[in-house]
Structures are given as C-alpha cells and as structure tokens.
Design a protein around this ligand. Structure first.
Ligand code: DGJ
Length: 727
C-alpha cells in the first residue's frame, strides 16, 4: 500500500510486514526516513536530526543554517559534487567537463499495478501491486531523474528502478547510475556477501561494517562466480530466526557493484547498480537511460524469513508465464557422461536406460554442432553435425519421444571459436581492441552482442535448429569472461557503453527465444554458476548452480545460493563417483538427496550404471515426483550451516499449509562413540501432530522445541530424509 501525505510530502510504502518511507524536506531534497518493521503512517522524519558538523558543506539555500548539510542527511538517491562526500548514486558529465548531480523533488504519481521495464528484467506485478514514481530534477541543469518503486505486499518486496532523462539541448555523459541507494542512520550492521570461484560459488562471507567503503562487484562482463549481485545488511546479532535483515538484489547479469560505506557519524549508505568501471553512457537530448531493477526485502525476523520472501517473489513474480509454476522435468544430461565424444547411438543408449528409471528429459550438451570434438573449435556454427547425428534432430528426437522422453539441447550463443566458419567470415564480430590481439578464454572469443547483426546471425541459426524438432529445453551456456571490450560498431566516445549494451543484447536474444518458443524451458549456465542472478532468472527459470557436482561441496554451494534464490532456480545433478572434480566418494542415496533440493537431474552414463544403483535412481525419481510441490514450492529452512563444519548439514521444506514437511540431512563427518543427536525442526504448525516417514508421530511444537532423535549411522557421507505429514 502506498500512502502519501501531500501536505508534508511524505511517501510511505507498506508491505505486509514492513514500511519504507521518504520525505521531501524544506529544500526539496528527498530524504530517506525509515525502512524496517511495519509501522503506521506517521511522519518518521523526526528521526532525522540536524547539527552543525564542521567540514560538512551547506547548500546555498540553507542560508546561514550550518546544521543543514547533504553530507550528513539520509538521502533517497545520493548525488555528487555538491556537498555529499559519501558514495554517489549518480554522476553526470556535462559538455563543460563538470561532473555533478544535484537532485530536488519536482513531482510524483501513484499508479495501480507494478511498472514494467523495456529490455530489462523486472518483477511482474499481479493485482494489488502498486507503483510510486518520483521525479527529481537538477535545478542547475536540464536533467530529470525518475525513481520508480514497486510495492509487493504479499512477499514484503519493494523494487526500485531509475530513469535518467536528458531534457537539455546538448548531449551529456552518464558516468554512474545506480539502481539502489539505501541510507541507514546507524552503522552497527553486518554485511553479508556471497563469494567464491568457479566450482565453489556463493559462499556467504559476513563481517561487521567498519569505517569506510566495503563491497563487492564484477568487471568480468557477467555477474560472476566471484561475487553475487545479492548482498545483505543485518543486525550484528541477526541469525536464521532473529534480527532485522535487509536483502538487496540486482536484476542484472553484467558488471555490477554493491558498496556499503560506514561514514563519520555512524551512518551507512548502501549503493548498488551497474559497475561504473569503464561505464560511460552518452545521453542525447531527450534520450533516457534506464538502470536495471533492484529488489529489497526487509525481514524483521531473521535471515530465514528474508530468504523465503525472495524465494516466493522470484517464483511468483519474476519467472514468466507459461513457465512460472510449470513442473520442471527430471533430466539426464550427457556432459559428464560423454563430454564431446558421442553420437546418436550413444545418446540413445543412455536414454534407453534413463526412461524406465523415471527420467523425463534428455539434454544433449556441448559437441553436437559444427566441428566440435573438443573445446577448441566450432563455436558460432550452429548447425547439426550430421556425422555424429545422422539425419539431424529430426531423426534423434523421435527416438527419444518413443521412449517417452522430451528433448533439450545445449547452446553457447555469445561465443565464437577462431576455428569456425563464423569467425572466418566475420573476424571483426569478436570483441577486440584495434591494434591488440584479444585474450582467449577456454580458447574462444566473445562475440560483440551489442551489435544487432551479430545477434541476428547467431539467432537465425539457432532458431532453425530449434524449429527442426520438438525441443522443450535449452541450456544457454557462457564459458568465459569479457576482455578486450571494444565494439567496431560504436564511435570512440561511446565505447563506455559496450559492456552494458552487451548485456542488453543477451537479454534481447533471450527474450526473442522466449517469444518464439514460449514453451521451451531455458536453463542458464556460465561455466556452472558464473551468471547466477535474478536478471538471468527472468528469462531462464533455472540456472546450473555450479560445475562442481560433488554432493558434499554442493551442500555449501546450495546453502549459500539459498540465501537469495529458491530451490526451483538451482540446477543440481547426480554424477558419478569418485567425483570428477575432487575425487570424493559419496553414496548414490546422498547424491540424490542433495540434487533433488534443486532442479533435479542426472549427469552420468546411465547405460554403465549397475542394476542396484538403477534401482536407487528409480526410487529417487519416484520420491521426487511424489513430493515435487513440497520440494520446489515449499518454504525453505536452513537448519544448519555447512560452513561450521558440524557433523551434518540439514535443511527442510514445509508446505505453505504446513501439513507436510521434508527434512534432508547429510552427515559430513562421523566419528566413533557418536553422541546422541537431536534435530530441532522449524516452520511446523505447533498445533498439528506429524507422522514421520509413516511411523511414529509427534506434535509440531515438540518437534520444533525438543526435536527429532537422529539415528546413528555409520559410513562416509550417509544421509536421511524425513517426510512429515500432519495427521
Ligand atoms: C560448462 C558447463 O557448466 C557444463 O555443464 C557444460 O555444459 C560445459 N560448459 C560444456 O562445454
């Protein structure tokens, strides 16, 4: 609900459990007054106090009032060059070389429904969602900034987007345009970021804010394996169940920056948006620039609730129809089974074993096109290799259909191999800086996706392949970072636009693909989880979480990922042991327990799997399908933190009506003389009695307060699942 006090120009956004407020002050500066647990409609600007702070400049219109300074006030969208020395949100370069932005409120309006963005991902509003648009203008320049706020009451989500318009008659250059600025009048907060590397993505890293600027970002052209465009600020004592937590998520898949600055008077400013690194966008007269959307969730009751609100918002408001809520198939992917060495017969062999085990979708990974027998050639030539697949997809797909399986295919549209027809024809289509030889990554170059003709050519070929057979899934991969970023299609003064135009180009092609083939489920991937962000999720409802398929490492990866993203977004597969990445041996049961808390699949040569293991797989797929809604749509509770090196890692899904729950637990270290262990559950209905695995039953309050006694298991990496049903 949006409430506006016109007289005092107070703008209050209420969600079910939270309130967000801003106010235009006497100099028309939009100050941020509050974000926290839901309160009434009162003007909270009494929280903003004024004092004469030496060295803090005072705007001219404040006259001799030395207590009024932009450098100390909590701002809704911070400016630069006019007396606020903390993190700026926007920086504009004018023809005279000045780099400045001063913004004052000039108007506002409320709209029913949630605003939408053109060419960028966004949370989609259903009935009940509302939009507040606030216009700020620079009194000394012809520049207008519109701040848009989307309010989703049901999941405590507030979205923000920013549009900058050049209202003058000369071009200006935008050097920074953040999506989110959030000021706090306190600094006793912890910052949590999600960091890692290829094969170990999104490990939470938590530290108290210290004085100065701290943060994360990416300059790799993708959101990256190294840091995620999702960060949390929370009370120092906040944990899963307790404390005020602010989750902030950027819907963007390219260079981003999230910085928190604890400043001199114990204030904190969080700024998040496109990374200003090499960014410079020319705004012609009348042109506008739209920053990517940012989304905020404030949870007054801990990190667990914050995550559950994001999960719900992503499932219900970000994933687009017709795939929103659509059941995802259990899949078999041939990558770790065959790598590049396969033909139609090999694939058919795997499929023949997979289908009777309950696997529904066959995914043909890298190696089916052009000249592609290893990763040194072929990218860019999206034509079926008929010596591997005689008769093309037209011949292969019906064979899979006869087995009752649907078909999916791997692509990597953004890349080109130097050994490819595309590159021989258009060497200038790869990103490269004149006079320099571009760096290779996985022996491939990056196509200049900022150019429509490049996208058209690649998409044309891919579309023909997809149209040649009944394809129900596409894995969109991307296996290197962007370097040598320069576009032959843009003049020198616009080279600062290439990184962002590249991302817009990727989004445009994804959107085209979605519109042409709305029923196709697209899974995102970037060398595993190198582009796991809410921007991609808008187009690709699931993303391959990591190239690391070891069940024990995955406990950590999926745990970290779960802070922002739902189970239904996390691609997770069972693969062979010893694991190909780290050599670890884990039981098949455990690999299944971990992978089914994601979009479930297998990635191994099933035709070589012994009968006993096949029987386990059959049980796993049946169990997953039986409890699909609970696993994929249930409320997710982290019961332990795998980074604490405890004896086991446990998590739980609870159905929205709390009549069912599934607890999954993996023992990560066992010792002799095991202590008796009891696991306390969460999220149950205290009034209900639950039967566990069809056996004994206990009241919900007891299972939550006193716990469930864990059996003593022996052997490495054992696991168990407890299915609870209310009697
Ligand atoms: C990287 C992906 O993460 C893998 O799953 C696989 O698709 C390979 N690329 C194929 O080249």
């Amino acid at each position: 609900m949006i409430v506006i006090n016109k007289e005092h120009r107070v703008f209050t956004l209420h969600t079910k459990n939270t309130t967000y407020q801003m106010k235009a002050d006497r100099h028309n500066v939009l100050i941020h007054t509050y974000y926290g647990p839901r309160v009434g409609d009162c003007d909270l600007s009494y929280l903003v106090r004024y004092a004469d702070r030496a060295c803090a400049p005072n705007p001219h219109e404040a006259g001799t009032d030395r207590t009024y300074s932009l450098d100390t006030l909590p701002q809704e969208y911070s400016t630069c060059g006019v007396g606020d020395f903390r993190l700026p949100s926007i920086e504009v370069e004018y023809p005279d070389g000045s780099r400045v932005a001063d913004l004052r409120l000039t108007g506002w309006k409320v709209e029913r429904g949630k605003y939408e963005l053109d060419g960028l991902p966004f949370f989609r509003g259903t009935e009940g969602a509302e939009t507040l648009r606030i216009t700020l203008e620079d009194p000394a320049a012809d520049l207008a900034v519109e701040l848009a706020y989307g309010v989703f009451e049901d999941c405590d989500l507030i979205t923000r987007s920013v549009q900058v318009r050049n209202c003058g008659s000369a071009p200006v250059r935008l050097r920074q345009c953040a999506s989110l600025c959030l000021d706090f009048q306190r600094s006793d907060l912890d910052l949590i970021t999600f960091d890692g590397c290829h094969m170990m993505e999104r490990a939470p890293s938590r530290a108290p804010l210290r004085s100065g600027v701290q943060g994360v970002g990416s300059v790799r052209g993708t959101s990256s394996h190294q840091h995620n465009p999702f960060v949390v600020l929370c009370d120092r004592e906040a944990n899963e169940n307790y404390g005020l937590c602010y989750g902030t998520m950027l819907l963007y898949s390219g260079n981003f920056q999230a910085q928190a600055e604890a400043s001199q008077y114990d204030n904190v400013r969080l700024v998040m948006g496109i990374n200003p690194y090499q960014f410079c966008w020319t705004l012609e007269p009348d042109a506008t620039f739209t920053a990517p959307e940012a989304a905020l969730v404030c949870s007054p009751s801990g990190l667990g609730q914050m995550s559950r609100q994001f999960h719900r918002a992503i499932r219900e408001h970000l994933i687009q129809d017709p795939l929103r809520g659509a059941r995802r198939p259990v899949l078999i992917n041939n990558w770790e089974a065959t790598y590049f060495s396969f033909d139609a017969e090999k694939l058919a062999d795997i499929a023949k074993t997979a289908a009777p085990l309950g696997i529904e979708l066959f995914v043909m990974d890298d190696g089916w096109f052009g000249k592609r027998d290893d990763d040194n050639s072929g990218l860019g030539d999206w034509v079926v290799n008929h010596s591997k697949l005689p008769g093309g997809l037209e011949a292969l797909v019906p064979r899979l259909k006869e087995l009752g399986m649907s078909f999916g295919i791997w692509i990597e549209p953004e890349m080109v191999s130097e050994d490819s027809d595309l590159y021989r024809e258009h060497p200038d289509w790869a990103l490269r800086i004149p006079g320099r030889v571009p760096a290779r990554g996985r022996n491939q170059l990056v196509l200049d996706f900022s150019r429509p003709e490049v996208r058209r050519r690649v998409y044309g070929q891919i579309k023909a392949v997809l149209a040649s057979a009944d394809v129900s899934y596409v894995k969109w991969d991307m296996n290197r970072s962007l370097s040598d970023v320069w576009s032959a299609a843009l003049p020198p003064q616009r080279q600062g636009e290439v990184f962002h135009r590249y991302v817009l180009g990727v989004y445009e092609m994804l959107d085209q693909l979605r519109r042409d083939f709305p029923h196709i489920l697209i899974e995102g991937c970037a060398g595993g989880g190198g582009r796991f962000d809410a921007g991609m999720l808008y187009y690709t409802p699931q993303i391959w979480c990591s190239d690391n398929t070891d069940a024990i490492d995955r406990l950590r990866i999926q745990y970290g990922t779960s802070f922002g993203y739902p189970v239904s977004a996390m691609g997770a597969h069972v693969s062979v042991v010893p694991n190909e990445e780290n050599g670890r041996i884990t039981p098949m049961e455990t690999r299944g327990v971990v992978a089914m808390s994601g979009t479930f699949g297998y990635e191994m040569d099933l035709s070589a799997v012994p009968q006993e293991e096949q029987a386990i797989i059959r049980r796993q797929t049946a169990f997953f399908k039986e409890h699909y809604d609970l696993i994929q749509q249930g409320d997710y509770y982290r019961l332990t933190d795998p980074f604490q090196n405890g004896p086991y890692t446990a998590w739980e899904q609870v159905s929205p009506d709390r009549r069912e729950a599934l607890v999954s637990l993996v023992f990560t270290s066992l010792r002799a003389a095991q202590p008796f262990r009891t696991l306390r559950l969460k999220g149950l209905d205290p009034q209900q009695t639950y039967q566990v695995n069809g056996g004994g039953s206990w009241p919900g309050d007891v299972l939550m307060a006193a716990g469930y006694p864990l059996p003593m298991l022996s052997g490495d990496y054992q696991s168990l699942q407890l299915y609870l049903r209310a009697l």
